[in-house]
Design a protein around this ligand. Structure first.
Ligand code: SAM
Length: 242
């Protein structure tokens, strides 16, 4: 197994594109809506040092946690769905020299009281569902992917307050999110979420545009003759400072 990316360079500008999804270590692109490992790798290397506590509040298939294990950080992954935690656990089953084995917790990231203490986290990576664009469960009440946009944003407000509570002062939280299209028009989920975090008290450090490749629906829409809109091909990474 290759434990390191063959080709990797730290990003230097606010436009990120990863045509090839990284497949080093146990990374795989088969979890719906997962992110390329180059994203958490870049953020972890820029905003944390070895031994820091890195929390992924929507850990899915464990992409961030694999990177924390490879990069000698203390990884913590939270997901509301045990299926995701099971996949993460499998993918974290490899040998490394890291002294810290990542921790996995089943919880609702909009309410982490009693689970994560105040001011103890060095870096948060958050890749929430994009409202109900991809459904991750049918009957988990706290699953944000079951909510329409308004209810989703109300929960994101609570989530941003939790991030503010648990993060150490002067530390960063990065949110990966894309806009969505409903009835052929754009709902700027990204900007709504950016504003919510600002209103909660975070300072906006960066807006990074991440090009989106390999989307499941792209081919369908590309061929659809009734399409009168551009295909969405970017997402945002908002880097926010407490
Ligand atoms: C976009 S995916 C994250 C993918 C991840 N970055 C990866 O690379 O695999 C969003 C995840 O959020 C989880 N989720 C939804 N609502 C949640 C909540 N309230 N608290 C914690 N996790 C939640 C879903 O189960 C899903 O795994």
């Amino acid at each position: 197994m290759e434990y390191k990316p063959k080709q990797f360079k730290l990003e230097d500008t606010t436009i990120w594109k990863f045509k090839e999804r990284g497949n080093w270590a146990t990374h795989k692109g088969d979890y719906r809506g997962n992110c390329p490992p180059q994203v958490p790798r870049n953020l972890i290397l820029k905003y944390t040092k070895e031994g820091d506590i890195v929390l992924d509040t929507f850990c899915g298939s464990g992409t961030t946690l694999i990177e924390t294990k490879l990069l000698n950080r203390k990884g913590v992954g939270i997901d509301v769905n045990v299926k995701a935690l099971r996949i993460s656990k499998e993918r974290l089953n490899f040998k490394s020299n890291n002294l810290y084995e990542p921790k996995l917790i089943k919880a609702d990231s909009t309410n982490l009281r009693g689970i994560v203490p105040n001011k103890c986290i060095d870096f948060i990576f958050a890749h929430p569902p994009y409202a109900n664009i991809i459904k991750y469960s049918d009957n988990i009440k706290e699953d944000l992917s079951r909510l329409d946009v308004n209810d989703f944003l109300n929960q994101i407000k609570l989530f941003s307050m939790e991030c503010f509570r648990i993060l150490k002062k002067d530390k960063y939280c990065a949110v990966l999110i894309g806009d969505i299209r409903k009835n052929k028009n754009i709902i700027p989920l990204g900007f709504y979420i950016m504003n919510i975090f600002n209103q909660t008290g975070f300072t906006l450090k960066e807006i990074i545009i991440k090009e989106q490749h390999n989307c499941k629906k792209t081919d369908y829409w590309r061929q659809n003759k009734n399409r009168d809109f551009y295909l969405l091909a970017h997402e945002y990474i908002f880097v926010l400072k407490k």
